[in-house]
Ligand binder design. Structure first.
Ligand code: ZN
Length: 345
């Protein structure tokens, strides 16, 4: 059967209960030292096989080696005081968390994720994707007590991300995706400073680049926030034209179960689009038909070769079993959509 488009997940997947606490955004590891590395690899390998078996073409390690997508990167960066906790309202005050504080020039002390990316590369023949936090989202998830402004801090983090991304690309990763959920919280600021920082992070890489911009994990704070956004979610409207002008190859966006008008995808005529065709809430598992319908709807607004069927966001905080079933629905739905699309040609 001719495959008209690819399928993938946004990136993160839940951790198994023998590795870390489950169904929470900031879990604790249950093991340490060599045993931690061994179990992280085992967990990642299970998810790699799960994605392959579902028929996904672009595979991630499910972020099994990091507790949180931002702090997993920051843990190995110097210039951050982890004991100096600051209470901060993040994502435009959507939730308040205790974050560490930048107290000196930030520097990367060698590779952060290279071992994990190499493990992914060695364990699948498919295309690989590795996620990194975007510079704007990092600077929205850490307190600044050193740089002139959080924008200035974002530019410094962008350079560190670029150094890291170059190493991951050299290790054979096919797509580096920068996760920028903060873009949707501050649209004016995002466009002014976020795109500039993103271009620094993504400059001169020997692989494809992607940006993931969503309405957040399927957790209560985000679900409540979404209820305030009205009948039509227009946050993407001012962002997409800027992204279309950028050097970034792919954009991952939220669509399934959302109030995002699908015609906004037309604002990205020059990009590959990872369309969220499955949601990431714990209490709804899409049927393959629902996934198929979402893909067919998105195909009305772009050429099939630019579509990549994807999840709306990371699945880190949902249950292992629900994530497994969603990945299978994604694979099956993509297959059904392919068949239907072929029959329309
Ligand atoms: Zn997301």
């Amino acid at each position: 059967m001719k495959k008209n488009f690819k399928a993938t997940t946004a990136g993160s997947l839940p951790k198994h209960d023998w590795l870390a606490e489950t169904e929470t955004l900031w879990p604790q590891w249950k093991v340490s030292g060599d045993e931690l590395w061994d179990k992280q690899k085992k967990s990642a390998k299970l998810w790699i096989e799960e994605q392959e078996n579902a028929g996904l073409e672009i595979i991630s390690e499910g972020e099994q080696f990091r507790i949180h997508f931002v702090h997993g990167f920051l843990e190995k960066i110097s210039g951050i005081d982890w004991d100096k906790k600051t209470q901060m309202g993040i994502r435009n005050d959507r939730y308040t968390v205790e974050v560490p504080t930048v107290t000196d020039a930030v520097q990367r002390q060698g590779s952060v994720h290279l071992k994990e990316a190499s493990f992914l590369r060695e364990n699948t023949e498919n295309m690989t994707k590795f996620t990194l936090p975007g510079p704007l989202t990092i600077s929205d998830t850490i307190a600044n007590d050193y740089y002139n402004s959080s924008q200035d801090m974002a530019m410094h983090f962008a350079q560190l991300l670029n150094d890291e991304a170059k190493e991951l690309a050299k290790a054979g990763i096919d797509i580096i995706q920068f996760d920028e959920p903060a873009f949707n919280s501050f649209t004016t600021e995002s466009i002014d400073c976020g795109m500039e920082a993103l271009e620094i992070a993504a400059a001169n890489l020997d692989c494809k680049t992607a940006v993931h911009i969503c309405y957040g994990y399927g957790i209560e704070e985000n679900l409540n926030w979404k209820k305030t956004l009205g009948e039509q979610w227009k946050e993407y409207e001012s962002l997409f034209p800027e992204i279309n002008k950028s050097s970034i190859d792919q954009i991952s966006l939220e669509f399934a179960g959302s109030n995002v008008p699908p015609e906004l995808m037309r604002l990205l005529p020059d990009k590959e689009i990872m369309v969220g065709v499955i949601g990431v809430v714990n209490d709804h598992i899409e049927t393959a038909n629902e996934v198929k319908d979402n893909i067919i709807e998105a195909l009305k607004h772009m050429d099939s070769e630019r579509l990549i069927a994807c999840s709306n966001c990371g699945m880190a905080p949902i249950s292992v079993e629900v994530a497994r079933r969603k990945i299978r629905a994604l694979g099956l739905g993509a297959e059904l959509a392919n068949k239907q699309f072929n029959s329309l040609l």
